[in-house]
Design a protein around this ligand. Structure first.
Ligand code: GDP
Ligand code: MN
Length: 351
């Protein structure tokens, strides 16, 4: 049955059929997980869930990364969570998880203190700054990822609710997508006081057209009244994206420009707004894909395919009163309406 072997993204295939006919075509892709030894239990649960909903049928490898060596206990727990999966465990080079020479460490410490005092989320946590900088500028260069072109970022504690019976990487290839997200939301303004200004300066100096007329994604992030950052971005704890997007000279130049400011340390720039704004500069809107069909939860925020959409395969999204998670698509900080409006306007531009 040709229909089934194509693994059509609109089809919700029976599990039995998938098991009988494993996919024959694969992408050069891996699950990428930056994680600490102490998060063992949460990531093991996520992997059991992820194998069940998707990867038992597709068998993509896991690449675990850490700035400290993984313990034997950690590795053992991962192998028990997915005994059939290929797993690789890598160490983050110290040079990519430490202060670059131009950063004033005293100023960084003072900044952390004042962010802590004023309640900037994770602003006072030194490791968090290194994590955001690593996810922004370095993970895609890890030697364990050399052989891959695509990654799916997974984090400890996240949950998937629906069966994914097609290959999202092949979907991205087929439709010329470079970056995929599930949740888009407002960033906390006090984590990124000067990021927008810095990105605008960058675009100007590199002569990138970020005007409203541009077919780039960039206008999605602009408040149409103030011209300022509207704070919308893609939540990077879920990403299905091209590694090669970040490996381009353009993106490296952009990251270096940001990094020179020291504001991964003096402010608390997150990898989510950095990836998002970079996608804005280097991708056209139609190269970004909203995986509306993927039911997903990180912390308390969840996305589940709506009934009206007809999307989602055998979803077991939480319903009822004792579940504390929040339907983020209806939450005050969702950017979904802004996204949908942006996509419509972009389609008009192209027509
Ligand atoms: P949040 O999602 O912004 O709340 O931040 P998380 O604490 O979930 O961190 C994001 C990702 O980076 C997760 O996959 C964490 O496991 C990982 N991470 C955060 N801090 C560290 C760290 O200091 N070392 C390592 N190895 N991973 C970290
Ligand atoms: Mn997280």
């Amino acid at each position: 049955n040709a229909y089934y072997t194509n693994y059509d993204e609109r089809a919700c295939l029976p599990q039995q059929l998938l098991m009988k006919k494993p996919p024959t075509k694969r992408a050069k892709a891996a699950m990428v997980i930056l994680v600490r030894n102490k998060e063992q239990e949460a990531i093991a649960e996520t992997i059991v869930n992820f194998q069940d909903k998707f990867n038992k049928n597709f068998d993509y490898p896991y690449v675990f990364l850490n700035e400290e060596p993984f313990t034997e206990e950690f590795k053992g727990a991962m192998r028990r969570a997915a005994p059939d999966a290929t797993m690789k465990f890598g160490l983050v080079p110290e040079s990519q998880w430490s202060y670059p020479g131009w950063v004033d460490q005293e100023k960084a410490a003072q900044s952390r203190k004042s962010m802590d005092d004023s309640g900037v989320l994770f602003g006072g946590l030194e490791s968090y700054h290194h994590m955001c900088r690593y996810q922004s500028g370095f993970f895609f260069d890890h030697p364990l990822l050399d052989e891959y072109e695509w990654y799916w970022r997974v984090e400890p504690g996240v949950r998937f609710f629906c069966d994914i019976t097609y290959d999202p990487f092949l979907y991205m290839e087929k439709y010329n997508k470079k970056y995929g997200f599930v949740v888009t939301l407002l960033e906390l303004r006090d984590t990124i006081p000067t990021l927008w200004k810095t990105v605008e300066e960058y675009a100007k100096s590199r002569r990138i057209d970020i005007s409203e007329n541009s077919k780039l994604l960039f206008p999605y992030f602009r408040d149409k009244n103030s011209g300022d950052f509207n704070l919308c971005h893609f939540w990077s704890n879920f990403e299905i994206a091209s590694l090669n997007l970040w490996r381009t000279p353009q993106y490296r130049d952009f990251f270096n420009y940001l990094d020179q400011t020291g504001n991964f340390f003096y402010e608390r720039w997150g990898d989510a707004p950095v990836h998002s704004l970079a996608a804005g500069l280097f991708l056209q809107t139609d190269e970004v894909h909203y995986f509306e069909d993927i039911g997903y939860q990180h912390d308390l925020y969840r996305h589940c395919p709506s009934k009206e959409s007809g999307l989602g395969c055998r979803c077991d999204c939480p319903v009822g009163t004792n579940d504390k998670s929040i339907d983020h698509d209806k939450n005050y900080d969702t950017c979904l309406p802004v996204w949908l409006k942006h996509v419509k306007e972009d389609e008009k531009k192209r027509a």
